[in-house]
Design a protein around this ligand. Structure first.
Ligand SMILES: NC(=O)c1ccc[n+]([C@@H]2O[C@H](COP(=O)([O-])OP(=O)(O)OC[C@H]3O[C@@H](n4cnc5c(N)ncnc54)[C@H](OP(=O)(O)O)[C@@H]3O)[C@@H](O)[C@H]2O)c1
Length: 240
């Protein structure tokens, strides 16, 4: 059994899959979750081939019962949680006056409410890890759209601003118990989520998912006295 364990939501592709692979390489037992079971199993087969210990939970992050199931199955399988990566997310473009309420609710549920609920349900295990080694870690994938409001992405931006605020509050609440929380704020990353912009920004000019994983590895290498509230990942031509 692995000595350290992690949960990664949205781990079947892109940023979540890269973070899962990095944590597997660093010896973590992994619970990898995502919505579509076939895609999840396909992605995880690759991780298992690389020799990592992986449990999968197909779950819709808009559903509270599914979220509870991720936490409880992980506890049953690994009995400990050192790193929680709240990464699942969805972005639906469009102008405010055209917005459909159903799509707003989906983004709120998956991008923000699920991060809160998942964190809530993982606090007991994270507290135990914090007590043991002083460096339990919660990583929330926000976005650069959570730092600067973006036209055509109003609800997505609002949820990601929410994730940055939630991350700061989480740090304030649990920092004294050896749990640190960091919001990741990337610009365009080369994943399926940015297929829509490929005509304007080629994938090989985007930030790579492995860059984000390298950021998480950096966080894990810092001492327990060091808190990194957020990391922004930008391309050389991005405005600051
Ligand atoms: N790519 C970028 O440029 C960029 C920039 C900033 C922030 N981000 C954020 O990074 C995170 C990961 O995105 P990505 O770029 O890696 O996209 P991706 O490759 O499309 O991966 C998204 C992951 O989230 C899962 N997911 C989506 N909706 C879900 C739901 N309702 N329930 C459970 N899982 C769900 C997907 O599983 P299914 O495919 O089965 O739905 C998939 O595993 C997101 O929070 C996104 O907002 C991305």
């Amino acid at each position: 059994m692995a000595e350290r364990a992690a949960i990664i939501t949205g781990g079947s592709s892109g940023i979540g899959l890269a973070i899962a692979r990095m944590l597997g390489q660093d010896g973590y037992g992994l619970t990898v979750s995502a919505r579509r079971p076939e895609k999840l199993e396909e992605a995880v087969a690759g991780l298992r081939e690389e020799g990592f210990e992986v449990h999968t939970v197909a779950a819709n992050m808009a559903n509270e019962e599914d979220i509870k199931r991720i936490a409880s199955e992980h506890e049953e399988k690994f009995g400990r949680l050192d790193v929680l990566v709240n990464n699942a997310g969805v972005g639906i473009g469009g102008l405010i006056h055209d917005a459909e309420t159903k799509k707003l609710d989906m983004q709120l549920d998956v991008n923000l409410r699920a991060v809160y609920l998942m964190t809530r349900d993982c606090v007991p295990l994270l507290r135990a890890a914090g007590k043991e080694h002083g460096k339990a870690l919660i990583v929330n994938t926000a976005s650069i759209a959570g730092k600067f409001g973006q036209a055509g992405l109003a609800m997505y931006s609002a949820t990601k601003f929410g994730v940055v605020g939630l991350s700061q509050a989480t740090q304030q609440e649990y920092g004294p118990e050896g749990i640190t929380c960091t919001a990741l704020c990337p610009g365009f990353v080369a994943t399926p989520m940015t297929d829509w912009v490929e005509g304007e920004v080629p994938k090989d000019e985007m930030i790579q998912p492995e860059d984000i994983a390298a950021g998480v590895r950096f966080l894990l290498g810092t001492s327990k006295n060091c808190v990194v509230p957020e990391i922004q990942f930008l391309r050389p031509s991005d405005k600051m």
